[in-house]
Design a protein around this ligand. Structure first.
Ligand code: MTE
Ligand code: HPA
Ligand code: MOS
Length: 786
């Protein structure tokens, strides 16, 4: 952090003072454009004359050597202009974000069904797609590994296994009075952004390239394109006005599309658009990692966990992509809200012949936390206790005096509000009364069974790769007093732009309508991080605040020079600058400042303080702070069909001092329903040859409006970040995805009622109706055998 930034961070205007533009419910900055259909997504950009369209030829085999690839029929297909293979890539044939094991186009080895082999460029999107199907390819097939369990068995990993140990979990386990052992499988999830992957590359003079790309990470796209074209980064500009959703799927995996559009455009010297249709998008790109867990946990008579051992293996797919940091986050979220004294966690990234799995909202956090929730749920049933009581007894301590407040990776939990938050939700949701009602209902209902669960969450905020926690912004004040802000974050619907605009308006004391955010552009703010890890508003908000503050200081000094008075008494409020007992319109002072040759634009930079991480010992302070939340779900299950419905959901989320409660509540609602889909209806199925069979909404079931609970009560917990985050707010993008754990455990509770709550239903995720029915059958068998 530079001195200037550091100095001002200590004397910010307080969001609670009379003037405020932060902390208020404001509509999404593009809401009106969204509704009118006027918001420009990449495919809506008016096409430059001569634009061509590309499509990909994909591997039909999961693991094979390509013996021959005859592309004559592709080349002679109507409208085709060119076909390119790996040998046509001028620079490096790689789009891997961390490890360079990710070819843009196959060089003879294919490692999953759907791997891109060639790109065909034609005069229309349809002609390109038709041509792509006409390749004549012969393969020599190799054995394929499809599941994480098989990968573990074969010790086939994309990165070396990682292990985090604290204390001696084995001996603690052995001396535990009670033990649970088991296995769990939690499936993956397709990001299902409404706008698919797309890039539009326009050649510029002197080997330059402008790439419009639907991406969470313009800087990485710039790097990948520069390397593929073998030019310096300064020749490449990547721009993203907005995405129609990213959800992690466009953090690294927009690169393939950006690179191939740019490679084609560079050869042809014509603009080339590469827009994936849904099936290709789902066949080619990676998804949320599925995980398989084997656990052994010891606990005492009260249900308190004494020892926890877990081995988790994810389906990384054929290349590393972001699998290592995803696994790291899973390891760092295995505790969720619980203090685990003696732990031994092993995480493996199984190399499989499937799409290379990648970031998806939560980034391994949900996969880490659901395992301990499954275990806590079993402990409660084994002891005949309400799961909420077992959860509470395992919560992190409130403070140093209580102890039990250091995570397994060594970070002290200094902001724990889970006790208060859960108590508030327990009361407002009438959890205890509804528990009694559910039990009474089930006693008199033979077929329909109700279930209820309250689950908590704690989520670490920061990129778990320390250096990524930085951001930059540019703020321009024009002479009419209007303001333009450009920052390194990308808008994917989450509302980062409105939040950043609010921060800038607040800082300059002007109405929100005077501030506009531009498209994200690598030629404006350089070397940005992905908008990810829920840090977008945290990082870019701080950077934009720093830039605006610099301008505010200059204007304040100029105002005092012009009108007299004390510098410290100058206030910026309601579009006025209060100086020496006068209130002068902001734009009037701006106009005069311009004439006095005062710089009216500034940059700003922010780097999150206090972070460190040692990957070898898996310890340190990887997170800036924790966000908390909890939810209660009540479901009804038909025990003859496995059909179910969410009757009511209550969610309480800790957004600190929310920058924008309307946006934040929207994020909580969206994440809840998205997470519910992951845990219930969204099932990825690969056939025995390794082909993903669920590659369209016809076979892959995301939640619809009819799946949302009629009674859905979402609220924000009153809190203030103990860390000096932007106006003491907390991140909201990913953590609420863990809230619908309560849906899964409510279903498991309803299933358990079939066996009088005596047996732990073996229920994997997603809890589809089939899976529910299988679990009911298993519980009935256990009950009959007992
Ligand atoms: N909300 C919408 N509408 N669309 C998205 O693609 N992505 C999520 C979350 N909320 C997403 C979203 C993910 S994965 C992340 S990391 C955060 O938004 C990123 O934005 P933020 O850091 O600015 O909150
Ligand atoms: N989240 C998202 N992307 C990332 C992270 C993370 O924690 N770490 C590295 N890339
Ligand atoms: Mo979000 S998975 O960090 O893009």
């Amino acid at each position: 952090m530079n001195k200037q930034t550091e100095a001002f961070l200590t004397k910010l205007p307080d969001a609670t003072s009379a003037w405020a533009e932060v902390g208020l419910a404001r509509t999404h900055e593009s809401a009106v454009l969204h509704v009118l259909g006027e918001a420009t997504y990449t495919d809506d950009i008016p096409e430059v004359q001569g634009t061509l369209h590309a499509a990909l030829g994909l591997s039909a085999k999961a693991h094979a050597h390509i013996l021959s690839m005859n592309l004559d029929a592709v080349k002679s297909s109507p409208g085709v202009v060119a076909v390119y293979t790996a040998k046509d890539i001028p620079g490096s044939n790689d789009c891997g974000p961390i490890i360079h094991d990710d070819p843009i186009l196959s060089e003879g080895l294919v490692e999953y069904v759907g791997q891109p082999l060639f790109v065909v460029v034609a005069d229309s999107h349809d002609n390109a797609r038709r041509a792509a199907r006409k390749a004549d390819i012969s393969y020599q097939e190799l054995p394929a590994i499809l599941t994480p369990q098989e990968a573990k068995q074969a010790q086939s990993f994309v990165v070396p296994p990682m292990r985090l140990q604290r204390g001696n979990a084995q001996s603690a386990f052995e001396r535990s009075p009670h033990r649970v052992k088991g296995e769990l499988y939690v499936g993956g999830q397709e990001q299902f952004y409404l706008e698919g992957q797309i890039s539009y590359a326009i050649p510029k003079e002197d080997n330059g390239m402008l790439v419009y790309c639907s991406t969470q990470h313009p800087t990485e796209m710039q790097h990948v394109v520069a390397h593929a074209l073998n030019v310096h980064s300064h020749k490449i500009v990547v721009e993203c006005r907005r995405m129609g959703g990213g959800f992690g799927g466009k953090e690294s995996q927009s690169a393939l599309w950006a690179a191939l559009a740019a490679i084609s455009a560079s050869h042809l010297k014509r603009p080339v658009k590469l827009r994936a249709d849904r099936d290709d998008d789902m066949l080619v790109t990676g998804k949320r990692h599925c995980f398989h867990y084997e656990y052994e946990v010891g606990y005492d008579d009260s249900g308190r966990i004494i020892a926890a051992k877990v081995e988790m293996v994810s389906r990384a797919g054929y290349s590393a992509d972001l699998s290592a940091p995803v696994a790291t986050r899973a390891v760092c979220h295995f505790d969720n809200t619980y203090y685990l004294a003696d732990v031994d966690i092993i995480a493996m990234c199984g190399k499989t012949n499937t799409q290379s799995n990648t970031a998806f909202r939560g980034f391994g956090g949900p996969q880490g936390a659901i395992a301990i929730e499954y275990i806590v749920d079993e402990i409660a049933r084994n002891l005949g206790q309400d799961a909420l009581d077992i959860r509470k007894i395992n919560f992190y301590g409130r403070n140093d005096a209580e102890g039990r407040n250091v995570t397994q990776y060594g970070q002290k939990v200094v902001d724990n509000v889970i006790h208060e938050l859960v108590a508030e939700l327990e009361a407002s949701s009438e959890y205890r009364a509804r528990r009694a009602a559910v039990i009474a209902f089930n006693a008199s209902s033979a077929v329909l069974k109700k279930g209820l669960a309250l689950t908590p969450l704690k989520f670490g905020i920061a990129f778990n790769v320390t250096h990524l926690n930085q951001a930059g912004a540019l703020v321009h004040v024009y002479t009419d007093g209007s303001v333009l802000v450009n920052h390194g974050g990308t808008e994917m619907g989450q509302g980062i732009n409105i939040k950043v605009c609010q921060v800038v308006a607040h800082e300059l004391g002007i109405p929100l309508k005077m501030v506009r955010a531009t498209a994200t552009d690598t030629s404006k703010v350089a070397n940005t991080s992905a908008t990810a890890a829920s840090t977008g508003a945290d990082l870019n908000g701080k950077a934009a605040q720093a830039a605006a503050h610099t301008i505010r200081q200059r204007l304040a000094e100029f105002a005092v020079t012009t009108y007299g008075g004390e510098l410290t008494a100058v206030r910026f409020e309601h579009g006025l600058i209060h100086v020496n007992a006068q209130a002068i319109p902001f734009e009037e002072i701006v106009g005069k400042a311009y004439l006095a040759r005062i710089q009216l634009w500034s940059d700003g930079f922010y780097a999150t303080p206090g972070l460190h991480w040692d990957p070898k010992t898996m310890s340190g302070n990887p997170f800036s702070y924790f966000a908390y939340g909890a939810s209660v779900s009540e479901v009804i299950v038909d025990s003859l069909t496995g059909e179910w419905k969410l009757l009511r959901a209550d969610a309480l989320y800790d957004a600190g001092k929310s920058l924008n409660p309307a946006i934040d509540i929207g994020q909580v609602e969206g994440a809840f329903i998205q997470g519910m889909g992951w845990l219930t209806t969204e099932e990825l199925c690969w056939n025995q040859s390794g082909k993903l069979m669920t590659h369209a909404p016809s076979t892959y079931k995301i939640p619809a409006i009819s799946d949302c609970p009629e009674d859905f009560r979402v609220a924000l917990f009153k809190n203030s970040n103990v860390q000096d985050s932007i106006h003491r707010s907390k991140a909201v993008g990913e953590p609420p995805l863990l809230l619908p754990f309560s849906v899964f455990f409510a279903i498991r509770d309803a299933v358990a009622s079939v066996g009088a709550y005596k047996f732990n239903p073996p229920l994997n995720s997603p809890a589809t109706s089939e899976a529910i029915l299988t679990a009911i059958t298993a519980v009935s068998k256990m009950a009959n055998a007992a």
